[in-house]
Write a protein that binds this ligand. Structure first.
Ligand code: DQA
Length: 145
């Protein structure tokens, strides 16, 4: 069975407590539950991870490259400025879908740029927890294509 890495960047471990008026009350455990349920229906397995550390996240992207694993990635704030993360993702060997809970295009102007989007197959943003469901469905389509 194909494993999809579901990688989450800084502050996403604080979901539920973090700015609930923006991010809602769901926790990262809730994100994982949605991903597990969707993945099961698609015949996929997920390995969900979160880190606040850019180097650790890049290490996981290198692992995905080496193991040819598809990735659903919420880079959080790294989205907007981490060229190092983008360069790591550019090496990819399997589908990559960028995901966001909120719609960064509808928020502060510094969120309007994604340095990651150009190396992803596509981006799902603005649907809360369901963004992850849709991103996994996109991965399944890409794997089948
Ligand atoms: C986010 C959007 C980013 O701009 C922000 O820095 C985050 C979360 C989202 O999922 O909506 O941490 O990636």
């Amino acid at each position: 069975m194909t494993t999809v890495l579901v990688l989450n960047g800084p502050n996403l471990g604080m979901l539920g407590a973090r700015e609930p008026e923006i991010y809602g009350s769901a926790t990262l455990a809730d994100v994982e539950a949605v991903c597990k349920q969707t993945a099961a229906g698609l015949g996929l397995e997920i390995d969900l991870r979160q880190t606040d550390d850019e180097a650790e996240l890049i290490g996981w992207v290198h692992e995905a490259f080496e193991r040819r694993l598809p990735v659903v990635l919420n880079p959080a704030a790294f989205t907007h400025y981490s060229y190092a993360l983008r360069d790591a993702l550019a090496m990819r060997t399997a589908p990559l879908v960028e995901v966001h809970l909120t719609n960064p295009a509808a928020r502060e102007s510094f969120r309007h740029v994604s340095v990651v989007a150009g190396v992803a197959d596509g981006t799902v943003a603005g649907f809360g927890l369901q963004s992850y469901d849709l991103a996994l469905r996109a991965i399944a389509r890409l794997l089948a294509a």
